[in-house]
Design a protein around this ligand. Sequence first.
Ligand code: SAM
Length: 268
Amino acid sequence: MNYAALWFKNSISRRNAKDQFEKFGHLLKWTRSKENILDAGCGEGSVTREILYPLVKNHVHKIVAVDKCDGMISFAKEHNQVEEIDYQIMDLMDEAQVSKAANRFGHIFSIHLSHWIPDTRTLLNGFHKMLKPNGQIFVTGFLDLYMNHVFKKQFKEGKWTKYIPAEPIFANYTENPLEYFENLLADLGYKLDGYDHEEKLFHIEHFTDFVSTVLSMYKYLERLPAVLQEEFYQEHLRISKEISTYSGEPDKYLLYYKPFTLLATKIK
Ligand SMILES: C[S@@+](CC[C@H](N)C(=O)[O-])C[C@H]1O[C@@H](n2cnc3c(N)ncnc32)[C@H](O)[C@@H]1O
């Protein structure tokens, strides 16, 4: 299945990225000279081209937009190419690849990536390495994901634990995310410039496609035998529907999300 094309069809990323940039864009600090910026976990590139690029185009030499999934990068190159955007395959958790990009970027944007990475310290430490001195990160993602609740229900019975290791799937920003980020960022050599989170209701059209695309980012799904993958997916879809609100229109559901955004500057 072409998940990049399905992701492109769902507009929740674009809507949320736009909202977060409108709210926090004024905290971005630019110098007079043009710089290279990194879009970490760019997916199929629509947020990079439609939302990020217009915001930063007067300040950039190049946007290096990376994703570890080659399907996402080929889709981005085909559908979201702009001269100033350079799409590349990169695993942001790979130390060697991060070291190669050390000290290269004035800003790093991470849009809807970080909650997918349980090891937040390594991710933010990698960003720190790739930033120039006084460079800034803009991280936006989600706290308390609906999917986490779905997984908890799925794993409660033990049916899937034979095949899938019981290890964290998402980042855990604790009960007090602001305090968690403040401490971690200070420890890594950043100064926090701004943080906020809120609860928002999203109307999701094409809910079935949405759930399968989000689930495709779950790395252990392919560890299941093919016949069980379908069963896992159907169960996941059923529970996702149970915990959301049906809108009354075909395949359209309402989901609560808690988006957060943080900005921080590399000071050490
Ligand atoms: C939810 S999507 C967000 C894509 C895009 N930024 C957006 O907002 O629409 C998260 C992306 O992060 C990528 N990703 C996850 N872990 C990664 C890693 N370690 N290195 C690079 N990309 C990663 C996934 O392949 C996926 O395309």
